[in-house]
Structure formats: structure tokens, C-alpha cells
Design a protein around this ligand. Structure first.
Ligand SMILES: NC(=O)c1ccc[n+]([C@@H]2O[C@H](COP(=O)([O-])OP(=O)(O)OC[C@H]3O[C@@H](n4cnc5c(N)ncnc54)[C@H](OP(=O)(O)O)[C@@H]3O)[C@@H](O)[C@H]2O)c1
Length: 298
């Protein structure tokens, strides 16, 4: 049981964690923190939090668990604001989509990564944001990746893993750099493709007509381009090295595909499509079948 949970950033990710813990009956008081009074008042009205403060240091006072779910660009300032304000036994974790930058932000703010700070990332989300989009089942059957460091206290790690399992998630651990590489490929690159495609089409002269006839596959493929732009700007900057590498090798693949099409090389096209179909059927459908259709992976 968590006695007092402080949620810094009561949006989709933070709000859903608070709702899930409440639904499980595993949290006493929830204190929210953010900049906008309207969002926090709504969070209180919806019963996601019990009370709030705009002051991050004040919000974490007395909390035994602190969850930070602000955009990556606000992590360092958040760490700085809570420094010296935490209970000695408080466990701190976060939901940021890139882990190397969170670790670097913690070092910049605290001097070294606190032993009771457990970096984490729920592989769950939707293209919507704000507390009104949060729901208690978001983490059901979703993976949460924790990226503990050599100095992380085992009981802090256990506590965070327990918290996520209580929300219905499957918890795995990974090295920080490996996490950022894997996520660059599986999440960050697809978001860049969706944003890039929609933006390129929207800037074409005939874009009204293009979007009028866009349905089915286009809608499915580009839905993630409706995600929060600030969050995605921060993810790209925070993971620029791994994502830059992925984008480069993907553009080489696209150039190769364009060449193949230009040559009218049907045999090579079939080879590529059959290989891709087999890979998707084998891995992705297997994974998606175990998950709920509603909550989309980030
Ligand atoms: N959405 C996803 O699919 C997803 C999945 C996994 C992980 N994540 C990660 O989870 C974190 C939160 O994402 P989210 O989707 O929950 O976003 P969100 O719904 O927009 O919520 C973010 C919250 O942070 C607060 N905030 C925004 N800018 C801030 C700043 N500069 N300083 C302090 N607070 C700030 C916002 O409230 P105020 O504006 O009132 O301050 C808001 O309540 C991000 O780090 C993201 O990388 C997101």
C-alpha cells in the first residue's frame, strides 16, 4: 500500500497511474502537481487526486512514492525542485519515454542518481493528453520497462515493480542505453514516419483532396500524428542519437525501395513485402493478441 502518492504532471500517464492504484485500493492520499489550475481542479473533481499544489517541492513533502510524468524537457527542473524536499525513505520514479536523458537530468540536479530513484517507462499510451484522457485500465497487460542503475536500492526497485504490477502491467528491466535504442526503433521512428507523412501531404497543394480520400490504412497509420507535439519534440531531442541513427538507416531503406520501384523490379518488391508480412505476422500480431485493443502502445 502507498500511503501518499505525489504525481507531478497529472496528465494521461500520471492520471492513469493514480486511477489504477485507486481502483486497486492500494493508495491512501494522492497529491497532484502541475502548472495549470484548470487541469488540477478537473483532476480533483474526477477523483484522480485528493488535493494539489503548484509547487513541486511542496507536493512531494511527506509522500512515500513520487511519480514524475511531465514532458522530458521539464524533468531536470522537476528534480531540482524536489531536491531536499523528499522524505528519506521516499521512492521516486518517472514515466519518461527516454531514459538516458532522465538519468542525465538526475545527475545534473542531484549530483548523482539518487539510490531511491528508479527510472521507468510504461509502454502504454494513446494519442490524447491531459487528465481527462486518463483511465485506470491503461496499463493492463502493458509492459513497463524499469532501467535501474548499479546503485539503485533493491527495495526501491521492488516497490516500483510492485506498484506497476498492481496496475496490471508486466514489468521488465533493461539497461538505460538499450532501452533508448529499442524504443527509438519501435516507437520513436514510427511516430516520425507518421508526423513526416502527414506534414508532407498537408503541405502539398492538393492536400484538401488528398485528405478527403484518405481513409482506412492512412487513418490507422497516421493516427499517432495526433499525439502531443511538445511531448514528441522533447522525446526527439532527448533521444536524438539513437533516433537519428534509426532515421538514417530507414531513409536508406526507403531510397532502396524507391530504386526498386523505379527499376520495376517486381521480384525484389515481392521479396521485401513477403519478408515484412512474415515478420509482422510472427511478432506483432502475437504481441497484440495478448494486449487490449483499446489502449494503444506509445
Ligand atoms: N502519452 C504517451 O503515450 C506516453 C507513454 C509513455 C510515456 N509517456 C511519457 O509520460 C510523460 C507524460 O506524458 P503524458 O502523455 O501524460 O502527457 P500529458 O497528458 O500532456 O501530461 C503531462 C503533464 O505534465 C504537466 N506539465 C507539462 N509541462 C510541464 C512543465 N514544463 N513543467 C511542469 N509540468 C508540466 C502538465 O500539466 P500542466 O500543463 O498543468 O503543467 C500535464 O499534466 C512524458 O514524459 C512522456 O514522455 C507518454
Amino acid at each position: 500500500m502507498i500511503e501518499r502518492l505525489a504525481v507531478i504532471g497529472v496528465g494521461l500517464i500520471g492520471g492513469s497511474l493514480a486511477r489504477a492504484l485507486r481502483a486497486a485500493g492500494e493508495v491512501g492520499e494522492v497529491v497532484g502537481c502541475g502548472r495549470s489550475a484548470a487541469n488540477l481542479e478537473l483532476a480533483a473533481k474526477l477523483g484522480v487526486i485528493d488535493r494539489f499544489s503548484h509547487d513541486q517541492g511542496e507536493a512531494v513533502a511527506g509522500a512515500d512514492m513520487v511519480f514524475i510524468a511531465v514532458p522530458l524537457g521539464a524533468m531536470q527542473a522537476t528534480f531540482t525542485a524536489i531536491k531536499g524536499r523528499l522524505r528519506d525513505d521516499a521512492v521516486v520514479t518517472d514515466g519518461g519515454s527516454v531514459k538516458g536523458s532522465v538519468v542525465a537530468d538526475a545527475v545534473a540536479a542531484f549530483g548523482s542518481v539518487p539510490r531511491r530513484l528508479v527510472p521507468g517507462h510504461p509502454i502504454a499510451g494513446t494519442e490524447r493528453s491531459g487528465v481527462e484522457s486518463s483511465f485506470p485500465e491503461l496499463y493492463h497487460n502493458r509492459r513497463v520497462i524499469l532501467t535501474p542503475l548499479a546503485g539503485t536500492e533493491p527495495d526501491a526497485l521492488d516497490r516500483v515493480a510492485w506498484m506497476w504490477r498492481t496496475c496490471g502491467a508486466q514489468v521488465t528491466s533493461m539497461d538505460v542505453a538499450h532501452h533508448d535504442e529499442v524504443l527509438a526503433a519501435t516507437s520513436h521512428l514510427p511516430h516520425m514516419l507518421a508526423y513526416g507523412l502527414v506534414d508532407a501531404l498537408a503541405r502539398m497543394r492538393e492536400n484538401d483532396e488528398i485528405f478527403r480520400y484518405a481513409a482506412g490504412g492512412f487513418r490507422d497509420f497516421t493516427r499517432i500524428a495526433s499525439s502531443n507535439p511538445v511531448m514528441w519534440r522533447d522525446i526527439c531531442i532527448a533521444n536524438r542519437e539513437a533516433l537519428g541513427g534509426m532515421l538514417k538507416s530507414f531513409s536508406d531503406e526507403m531510397a532502396d525501395l524507391a530504386d526498386t520501384i523505379g527499376r520495376g523490379d517486381g521480384e525484389h518488391l515481392l521479396e521485401v513485402f513477403e519478408r515484412a508480412k512474415a515478420a509482422r505476422d510472427r511478432y506483432v500480431d502475437g504481441i497484440f493478441e495478448q494486449a487490449e485493443p483499446e489502449a494503444d502502445r506509445e
